[in-house]
Design a protein around this ligand. Structure first.
Ligand code: PBG
Length: 336
């Protein structure tokens, strides 16, 4: 044997001992993502038997209600307990006041009913925000180029009640108007929906990572941007203040969004509150992984599990991810 291979130093602590085998690595693993903590965001369109791929999100399609219900059944069977639903509406259903959002026979409401009928054990989370319904592509009422806070609240409250009536288990305000969690909680309670929870998009940043989502919903702002209501990516203390307000107004779960570029915020929120913390691995995060994988530059499955693990390690209790079906399959196979 080559003498050089016999070199020994006196090293008192050897961390590599805890990485020596797959068995030991399993024992010492601190963070284990599991399908039970994933939420699958999904887009629904009008029609039957319709599937429209989203160009900037390879592998993701907008599905008509019938196809979505079938897909949701499969995803639920993989151990994913919840779905976050987003309606992609044609322009003719959009107006300044998001009127379509309270139509009890609207796309969202009928889809919630169909999902709850077909897969009763699935937790259906609906998005409370004007943008999918707004001809202005904003999350609030636009007047003379400004986004009006308080007139928006009434619309959001009515939207949340309509979603609860359709059978939503949790409503998720993603608009970032001031005071909306309290107004929505009061409206839900007044209408007898004490058991419907609120997942608050508390620290939602004005992010370039939402681009593909806006393609999917054709919901990009027609004028201006969302910086007067979504947060400045430079701020973390402000996130704690937003979270604190949503908690005091009655949020059941608070969210940080996007996820990967905001891991520090997730950690700080986790340390600041006792409520469950959600993180949203958004459309642009999905698109980045798919783009590099399609180029053969990095390994999709490994990236997907590594990013998810990082988000849980940072302190998230649950993660919304378009990769939920793939992640659930990988995690199931790894456990075998
Ligand atoms: C808007 C909303 C957005 C997302 C969820 N709800 C985008 C936006 O603020 O324009 C983005 C989700 C994603 O990018 O995956 N109410």
């Amino acid at each position: 044997m080559d003498d050089r291979l016999a070199t020994r130093f006196d090293i008192p602590v050897r961390p590599r001992r805890n990485r020596v085998s797959a068995a030991v690595r399993s024992l010492v693993r601190e963070t284990e993502p599991s399908p039970g903590h994933l939420i699958w965001p999904a887009f629904v369109i009008e029609g039957r038997g319709a599937e429209q791929p989203v160009d900037s999100m390879p592998g993701v399609s907008r599905l008509s209600r019938d196809l979505l219900v079938e897909r949701a059944r499969e995803v639920h069977a993989l151990g994913v307990p919840a779905l976050a639903l987003f309606p992609a509406l044609p322009d003719e259903r959009k107006d300044r006041w998001a009127s379509e959002s309270t139509n009890r026979d609207g796309l969202l409401q009928t889809t919630v009913r169909a999902l709850k009928d077909a897969v009763p054990g699935l937790c259906v989370i609906t998005d409370v925000a004007m943008d999918p319904y707004s001809s202005d592509g904003h999350d609030g009422v636009v007047h003379e180029g400004r986004i009006l806070n308080d007139p928006t609240l009434e619309i959001l409250a009515a939207m949340a009640v309509s979603q609860a009536e359709a059978g939503a288990d949790i409503v998720a305000p993603s608009d970032m108007m001031d005071g909306r969690v309290g107004v929505i909680r009061a409206a839900l309670d007044e209408c007898g929906h004490q058991d419907v929870g609120i997942l608050a998009y508390s620290a939602k940043y004005a992010s370039a990572f939402y681009g593909p989502f806006r393609d999917a919903l054709d919901s990009a702002p027609r004028a201006g941007d969302k910086k007067t209501y979504q947060m400045d990516p430079a701020n973390a203390r402000e996130a704690l203040r937003e979270v604190e307000l949503d908690v005091s107004e009655g949020a059941d779960i608070v969210m940080v969004k996007p996820a990967l570029a905001y891991l520090d915020v997730i950690t700080r929120v986790r340390q600041a509150v006792d409520l469950p913390v959600a993180a949203y691995q958004v459309s642009g995060e999905y698109a980045m992984i798919e783009a590099v994988a399609a180029n053969g530059w990095m390994d999709r499955d490994a990236l997907l599990l590594e990013t998810l693990t990082a988000i849980f390690r940072a302190g998230a209790d649950m993660v919304l991810t378009y990769h939920a079906p793939q992640a659930a399959r990988l995690l199931r196979d790894a456990a075998r």
